[in-house]
Design a protein around this ligand. Sequence first.
Ligand code: PLP
Length: 366
Amino acid sequence: MARVYNFSAGPAAMPVSVLQEAQREFLDYASSGMSVLEMSHRSAAYQEVIDAAENNLRSLVGIPDSYGVLFLQGGATLQFAAIPMNLMAAGRAGYIVSGHFAESAWLEAEKYGVAECLASSAETHFDRIPALGTIEAKSAGLDYTYICQNNTIFGTMYHELPRTGTTPLVADVSSCFLSLPLNCERYGLFYAGAQKNAGPAGVTVICVRRDLVEFGPVSPYCPTYLDFSKQLAKGSMLNTPNTFGIYLCSKVFEWVQAQGGLEAMGQYNQAKADTLYGALDDSDFYRGTAQRDSRSIANVCFRTPTPELDAAFCQEAAGQGLMGLKGHRLVGGIRASIYNAVTPEAVDALAGFMKSFELAHGSRSF
Ligand SMILES: *Cc1c(COP(=O)(O)O)cnc(C)c1O
C-alpha cells in the first residue's frame, strides 16, 4: 500500500487507524448485519453511534452540560448565516476580520442585522491577527463578537482570545479544532467544519451555550433546519443527519483521546510547526507569509522567490509523494497543512524536500 504524505487543507489527512477500523466495520457494523451507511438514523444502533460521538467529544474537549453539541450539515459556510439568525437578538454583532472566511461570515451576517467590523488586517493582506486591545470596549452591547480562530488560507492564528466582557465570543475553529486545548467556557459558541481535523466533509460540529439559544432563533425566516434550539431538542436529528460522517468523527475523537488528548496533541502539533517555521527562518530562499506572532499551528504558508518556483516546488514535491501543497487560489504560494493526522515523518520529509529544492534552485540571484 502506497500512501502519500497529504498536506491538503481540507478535506485532509485522516488517521490511518481510523480508516482501517471503519474498513473493518464497513460491511457489518457491530454485528448488526449491515453497514452504518445502510442503517436507519432512527434505529437503536445508530442512536448509540451519535450518542457516543457526542460523549467522546464532550470528554475530549471538556464540554460542560450547560453547552449543547450539534452535528449538522452545510459546512462552516452555512453557519455564517445560522449564527446571526440564532444569536443576533438585538440586531447588532461585531466581527474581527482576519481573513477570507471571517470576511465572508461578516458579509453574510450583514443580511440579518448590523454587523460591525471591529478590527481588520485586510490592509496588510491578512498577514496577522489584528490588534485586540480595543475589542472589549467595542464589544459592549453587541449580541456577540465573532472571530475566525485559525485562518486556514493565510496561515495565521489567535494565540490569545480577545476579551469581550459579557458579550459572548463566537468562533469559527474549523482548522484548529482538536489541534490544541480549547477552553469551552471562553465561548458562547464555537463551530468547526469537520473536514479539516475532525473527520470527513459533510459534518459541522457546533457547541453552543444553551442559554443563548433557549428562546429559538431571532429571525422569523430562519429555516427550521438551522434553528439551534429545535436541533438541540432533537439531538441533531430533526431530519436525516450525515450518519456515516458522524460515525467517522466519533472515531477521530476517540483517536485523539488515545493520543493523549488535546494537551498532548497541542505539543505534537507545535513540534511539527516548529520544524517547518525553523526551516523557513533558516533560509533566505523561502519566506513565511504570516507575521511571527500570528503564526498558525495548523497551516504553514510560505513562498519561494517567484510564483514560477512556487509552482515548480509543488510539482516536484508531488513527484516525491508530498501532496496538497499548493496555496489557496486567493493567495497562491505554498501551504502545508499539518493537522493531527499528518505525522512528524511527513513533516520531516517536507523539510528535507525544502532543503533539496533550495539547493537545486536557490543559487541564482533573484
Ligand atoms: C474550510 C473553512 C471554512 C469553509 O468550510 P466549508 O465547510 O467548506 O463551508 C470556513 N472557515 C474556516 C476557518 C475553514 O478552514
